[in-house]
Design a protein around this ligand. Structure first.
Ligand code: SAH
Length: 241
C-alpha cells in the first residue's frame, strides 16, 4: 500500500512514522508514504523588506467573508497531479507484472463520512494507492473536490487545526490491516476476543501502600473462562455496513 500525503506540514506526519511498528512496516516495504507540499507548487513572492527569503503563499481570504484563510485550489491540484504522475510511473515500471493500480483520494473534512475500522479494512483490500489531502486554516478551496473524484472523510465529531492528525490515524489504521505489518496478524482486534483492560507483570502491584491484583481468571489457565471474561470487556468495533 502506498500513501501519498498532501500537506503543508510533512514533518508532522513523518515524525509519527519514524518509530515503532509503522517505521518497521516502511523499512520492510509493506507500506510506503510520500509527501507533496502545496507550497512547492507556488511562485515565490518578491522578497519583502527585512526578510531573507521569498514567501511561498498558498492561502487567501474567503469569498463571502468570514474568519480565517483558505488554501488555494491550484497548489493543491498541482500536488495531486504530482502524486498521480508518480503513481503512473510506478505503474509503468511494473508493466511486466500484472498489478492493477487502484487509487483513492481522501479529502479530510470534519463534516465528511466517519472513518472506522471497517473502512480501513475495505481500503486495505481494495486500493494500491491512497492520496490523503490535509486541510489547514479554514480548509481548501472546494473546487479541488469538483476537479478530482475525492471522498470527504472525518475522523470524528470535533474540529482539529489540520488534516495531519487525521492522515496519521488513517495511515495507522489501514496499515495494521495489511498482512505483515503487525508482528502477529491475529493481533487485529476484530479477529479475536480482545479486552480493553489488559494486564502484565507483576501479579500484585504495590502503589502507595496499597495492593492491586490481576483478575484471578487471567491466572487460571482456563482458556474458556478467560475468553468469556474478555468477551464481557470486549472492545466494540462496529460494522459500517
Ligand atoms: N471550517 C472548516 C474546518 C477547518 S479545520 C469546516 O467547517 O469544514 C482545518 C482542516 O483540518 C480541515 O480542512 C480538515 O482537513 C482538517 N480537519 C479538522 N477536523 C477534522 C476531522 N474531525 N476529521 C478530518 N479532518 C479534519
Amino acid at each position: 500500500m502506498k500513501f501519498h500525503v498532501i500537506t503543508l506540514f510533512p514533518d508532522l506526519v513523518a515524525s509519527y512514522l519514524s518509530e515503532s511498528i509503522l517505521a518497521r512496516a516502511i523499512k520492510e516495504k509493506k507500506i510506503k508514504v510520500s509527501f507533496y507540499n502545496p507550497r512547492d507548487f507556488v511562485k515565490p513572492t518578491k522578497i519583502q523588506k527585512g526578510k531573507d527569503k521569498p514567501y511561498l503563499r498558498v492561502d487567501d481570504k474567503p469569498y463571502g467573508g468570514g474568519p480565517g484563510m483558505i488554501i488555494q485550489a491550484e497548489p493543491v491540484l498541482k500536488a495531486i497531479e504530482k502524486a498521480l504522475s508518480k503513481i503512473k510511473t510506478q505503474k509503468s515500471k511494473l508493466k511486466n507484472k500484472i498489478q492493477k493500480v487502484k487509487v483513492k483520494i481522501i479529502f479530510f473534512s470534519p463534516s465528511g463520512k466517519k472513518f472506522d475500522t471497517e473502512y480501513a479494512k475495505v481500503s486495505a483490500e481494495k486500493y494500491t494507492d491512497i492520496i490523503l489531502i490535509c486541510g489547514r486554516y479554514e480548509g481548501i478551496d472546494a473546487r479541488v473536490k469538483k476537479i478530482f473524484k475525492t471522498e470527504d472523510i472525518s475522523i470524528g465529531d470535533y474540529v482539529l487545526t489540520g488534516g495531519e492528525v487525521p492522515a496519521m490515524i488513517v495511515i495507522d489504521s489501514i496499515s495494521r490491516q495489511i498482512e505483515g505489518v503487525l508482528g502477529n496478524f491475529d493481533s487485529r482486534e476484530e479477529e479475536r476476543i480482545a479486552s480493553s483492560d489488559v494486564y502484565t507483570r507483576p501479579e500484585v502491584l504495590e502503589f502507595k501502600g496499597k495492593k492491586y491484583k490481576v483478575p484471578k481468571v487471567l491466572l487460571s489457565g482456563n482458556h474458556k473462562a478467560i475468553e468469556e471474561w474478555r468477551g464481557n470487556q470486549k472492545v466494540e468495533i462496529k460494522d459500517q455496513k
